[in-house]
Design a protein around this ligand. Structure first.
Ligand code: BTN
Length: 248
């Protein structure tokens, strides 16, 4: 196994696009060797969120990016990429002195119970390997009013009471993405450990909803394939992203 991977970034700025993830997909189809290419946009008119939702962001105020990765990982290990990206976001925000941070499974970044960043990773699989991953990140930087979000939102400006330069935030985040991407290859167990330690609601009784209705359970961790492990009574149940939603 490769023990070190040094990611070199190539940043492309777009004034406006449909979605940086869509743009990155089209690019990687034409340019298969494009690991490290980052598409950043001021505005998206078809920004994509998790589970088919829309990602809304006022023009020029936030970080909207898609990073192309070609990890050549076994498909079964795909959740590690999501964990590494969440940790990079968490660490960047922590270094910017944002308090009360946590990672809400699978990869939302919360401040208290408010969402400050979301991640949408789209993998292209060849055989048993991840050929490329499009890592889409939306981080609220200078937006102070939010509507139509699935949960209350916040931004760096609201948390730090200061506006920030979106470009500087980008470079700050890329530094952490580089570190955690490398750790993914050198020490994947550490990625899992760190991720579990930052998990929202870990060890606490919370309400959830699955196909049978609302129930209370305790988050015990995340399996190696990314399923949330919840203790319900005496049993531990594993849930995939489409099978469960948080009610708190
Ligand atoms: C979520 O629902 O939490 C995931 C949101 C991901 C949004 C980002 S913004 C940049 C990139 N392009 C997209 O269309 N979506 C992701």
């Amino acid at each position: 196994m490769e023990v070190f991977k040094d990611l070199k970034f190539n940043i492309v700025h777009l004034n406006s696009t449909t979605s940086t993830n869509i743009h990155a997909h089209q690019f990687v189809e034409q340019n298969p060797q494009s690991e490290g290419v980052v598409f950043c946009a001021d505005f998206q008119d078809r920004g994509k969120g998790q589970k088919g939702s829309k990602w809304q962001s006022d023009s020029g105020l936030n970080l909207l990016l898609s990073l192309i990765l070609c990890p050549q990982f076994k498909v079964q290990k795909r959740f590690l990429i999501s964990q590494a990206v969440s940790l990079a976001l968490f660490t960047a925000l922590d270094k910017l002195s944002v308090d009360e941070l946590s990672i809400k499974w699978p990869n939302d970044i919360l401040v208290g119970s408010k969402k400050i960043a979301g991640v949408l990773i789209e993998n292209s699989i060849k055989g048993n390997l991840i050929n490329h991953s499009i890592v889409g990140i939306g981080l609220n930087v200078n937006q102070t009013e939010f509507k139509e979000m699935d949960r209350e939102a916040t931004s760096l400006q609201l948390e730090l009471e200061n506006s920030l330069d979106v470009k500087e935030v980008l470079h700050f985040l890329l530094k952490e993405l580089k570190t955690y991407y490398s750790l993914l290859f050198s020490n994947p167990n550490r990625i899992e450990e760190l991720y579990n330690a930052k998990l929202y609601g870990f060890g606490v009784s919370l309400p959830f909803q699955d196909e049978n209705g609302i129930f209370n359970g305790i988050i015990k961790g995340v399996s190696s394939i990314g399923e949330l492990q919840i203790q319900i009574g005496e049993a531990i149940e594993n849930y995939g992203i489409k099978e469960l939603s948080f009610k708190a």
